[in-house]
Design a protein around this ligand. Structure first.
Ligand SMILES: [Zn+2]
Length: 147
C-alpha cells in the first residue's frame, strides 16, 4: 500500500491530517499544524475546517491533494481568484438579464401604448364614419333620419 504512495509522489507523514472535504468528498492531506484552521478546499473551493489531528488510519488514494501550510497560500489565492471570477461572471449575467428584462418591459409597455392608441383612433374613426353615414343618409332621404 505504501508503494502506491511513493509512486504517486505523495509523501504522507504521521504529522499529516487526512480528511475528506465534507462538500465534495475530496481526500485532503494537510500538515497537523493546520489543525482547527478553516481552509478552502482546493477542489470545490468551499471553506472546510481542518479536523483534529489523529494518526492516519488509511493510505491516501492517488486523488489525495497534498497540502502543507506553505502550499496553502497559492492554493487559496488560486481558489480566491476562481471564486472572484465566478462572482464577476454571475454579476455580469445578472446585469445582462436585468438589461434584457428592461428592454422586454419597455417593448411590452410600448406595445400596450400602441394598442391603446390604435383603440382610441378606431373609436374616433368609427364616430367619424357614423357621422358620415348619418350625413349621407340624411342627404339621400331627409325624412328618414329624423325618426
Ligand atoms: Zn471540496
Amino acid at each position: 500500500m505504501s508503494e502506491e504512495n511513493s509512486a504517486a509522489g505523495a509523501e504522507i507523514t504521521e504529522n499529516d491530517i487526512l480528511f475528506d472535504c465534507p462538500y465534495c468528498e475530496k481526500s485532503l492531506t494537510i500538515d497537523r499544524s493546520a489543525e482547527g484552521l478553516v481552509i478552502q478546499c482546493p477542489d470545490c473551493g468551499q471553506d472546510v475546517e481542518v479536523p483534529p489531528y489523529v494518526p492516519p488510519e488509511y493510505v491516501a488514494t492517488d486523488e489525495t491533494v497534498m497540502m502543507t501550510v506553505d502550499d496553502r497560500v497559492p492554493v487559496l489565492e488560486k481558489a480566491l481568484a476562481v471564486s472572484q471570477a465566478k462572482v464577476q461572471e454571475l454579476v455580469d449575467n445578472l446585469a445582462a438579464t436585468q438589461r434584457r428584462r428592461q428592454t422586454l418591459e419597455k417593448a411590452r409597455v410600448a406595445q400596450v401604448e400602441l394598442l391603446e392608441t390604435i383603440g382610441r383612433e378606431m373609436v374616433v374613426m368609427q364616430n367619424a364614419l357614423d357621422r358620415v353615414t348619418a350625413a349621407i343618409a340624411e342627404q339621400a332621404e331627409p325624412g328618414a333620419v329624423a325618426d
